[in-house]
Design a protein around this ligand. Structure first.
Ligand code: FMN
Length: 231
């Protein structure tokens, strides 16, 4: 077992041995992978990924997640068409490749265009659904209509799923644009009113390289004892 690097907050102090070898290396390698091969994801792998998801914590251990796996062609086509239309309407990302030519675009935008064009070919589009539940701070009289899905419990589950995909060499990207066509989505796939789709994750073997994320270091994002005070 190798010793972990010194804490960035306290250079010079060794934070002790790593109990999960290479965890700190791998946790920084979970990038959004939007270019996927159409080759199927073995069912066993998908089960492992979802089994990692359900290890997540949830309030009172209620485990308010359900998974809807889109893998047949018409289902994926329906989702991809609606996702593409939503991206076009909200962000002006044209679905017509001819209208994109001549524009200089960055790496992430190129990947998003690829995703829009090929989403229907993703072997799996995983819908992670959360049971609806009012947040504590919403008082009883204000609880009208449908409660939001339990985001707080679903996101740890989603991060476990993304980590598991990375561990198995699968590419995955967290997406939320389905919120724009939420009602149609629930109607299309018979999702009952007491659940909402929180995240849609296309999953498959990656076309390109898996690589490290680019993030600000925790040291610049952290205060001690009072907001604004850094060590
Ligand atoms: C709450 C949330 C919503 C996101 N929604 C989308 C989305 O709708 N479409 C998409 O392509 N990526 C989406 N992402 C992925 C981010 O764009 C991505 O994580 C970020 O740009 C950093 O890129 P990286 O993870 O590859 O380093 C979302 C991420 C989060 C956490």
């Amino acid at each position: 077992m190798t010793a972990s690097p010194s804490s960035p907050f306290d250079p010079g102090v060794d934070s002790g041995p790593e109990l999960f070898p290479d965890f700190f290396k791998h946790v920084g390698q979970v990038r959004a992978i939007r270019r996927l091969r159409p080759d199927p994801v073995p069912r066993k792998m998908l089960e492992q990924v979802l089994q990692a998801g359900v290890q997540a914590p949830s309030g009172q251990n209620q485990q308010p997640w359900k998974f809807l796996v889109l893998e047949d062609k018409p289902s994926k086509r329906w989702f991809a068409d609606h996702y593409g239309a939503a991206m076009e309407n909200r962000f002006g990302l044209s679905r017509d490749p001819a209208k994109r030519s001549g524009k200089k675009i960055g790496r992430q935008l190129r990947a998003m265009f690829y995703q829009i064009d090929h989403l229907h070919e993703a072997p799996v589009i995983l819908l992670v659904c959360g049971e609806r539940d009012w947040p504590f701070k919403v008082p009883e009289p204000e609880r009208v209509g449908l409660a939001p899905p339990n985001y707080g419990a679903i996101y740890p589950c989603v991060q476990n799923i993304l980590l598991a995909c990375r561990a198995l060499g699968l590419g995955a990207a967290l997406t939320t644009m389905h919120q724009v066509f939420d009602e149609a989505l629930s109607a299309q796939f018979s999702i009952p009113d007491d659940y909402g789709v929180v995240v849609a994750i296309p999953i498959g073997f990656p076309l390109g390289r898996l690589g490290p994320v680019t993030r600000k270091p925790a040291t610049t994002q952290t205060f001690f004892n009072r907001w604004g005070e850094q060590q």
